[in-house]
Design a protein. Sequence first.
Length: 173
Amino acid sequence: MAIEDFSRFMQQALSEADLAELNGDVPVGAVIVKSGQIIARGHNQREFAHDTTAHAEIVAIREACKKLQRWILDDCDLYVTLEPCLMCFGAIIQARIANVYFGAYDPKTGACGSVAETAALKESALNHHTRIAGGMLEEECAQKLKGFFQNKRDLAKLKQINKQESKNHEQKK
């Protein structure tokens, strides 16, 4: 597969991340590709759906399984903007996804080497081995996340300042 294809699919995952952010969710997006075509899309929906498991990867895997009418996705690749967590990597292994390409590394919950070195990456006894490549459009993916969290911190500071000003104003009355 040409590098342009990797970039194109990761750009689509980034577009999904934008949708997550619009809903107030951490901007993570994913697409699943079969035979060079996107067959499923997902973005974080934990806040929107009030569902802990509604990570971008899980949403995309569910959509792909529904579309293909099967739970084995061994002829599919997953592109995701952030290194999968343990839960998502477990789902990836269960779905038998062939390849995972991710953007930013996740130093807090990443299960593809950042925090956890999952058994699936090393254990030869497992019946399926997903190939993993990280750092695809890494800077762009990381910046999207950094911007989101910076905005959250800035908003929290602004709320604190407004709260203090209101308190001061009430005390002057």
